[in-house]
Design a protein around this ligand. Sequence first.
Ligand code: DX5
Ligand code: ZN
Length: 217
Amino acid sequence: MSQQTLIAPSLLSADFGRLTDEVRAIERAGADLAHLDVMDGRFVPNITFGPAVVAAMKRSTALPLDVHLMIVEPERHIDAFVAAGADRVSVHAETCPHLHRTLQQIRRAGAMPAVALNPSTPLCMVEEVLGEVGMVLVMSVNPGFGGQAFIESALDKIRRLRAMADARGLSIDIEVDGGVSDKNASLLLSAGANVLVAGSYVFGQSDYAAAIASLRA
Ligand code: DX5
Ligand code: ZN
């Protein structure tokens, strides 16, 4: 099963003083989703922003908002992020002892439920809930910062995940996040990923449209 390719620039590498301009710029440049990285300084070392910034993004763009929660106890904040305009919400399996319930909470709130897996977290952590998700996010760096090097083992993990989903007749999105560039995009797509997150690669270039187009090719 081949899913539609979606490019999701991560605003983590945008100019935070001009976030609303930056999200409009990637929209004009042909992005499919805006990837918003929420960090709490506990699950990951870094701190970014909360629902108020997501709401400001919602007012500024028609792009669907892909909210990646790198926070402990995400169930305490899911409803606020969906009310702020999140269209997809990813929670980390490592933060959710009651992952099935948390995914139901996201769906009930009205967003697409997704599970994110750290590079060291095995696929079996998502196996029992694969039928409950719209997307699985395979981290190809340790979460917390933009601009890190791609971890190669993500490629085989994506291959195995796509095979697992296909074997069960599930047409889920597989998103890859971390170190994505024109050097690995086609490998990732042929391995079975269809949603490519790219932060430093897109925002590190002056021509966002060319950067986004180069990921699709
Ligand atoms: C990292 C974030 C990513 C980050 C990716 O923890 O989840 O979305 O922005 O940045 P790059 O594309 O620079 O690796
Ligand atoms: Zn992310």
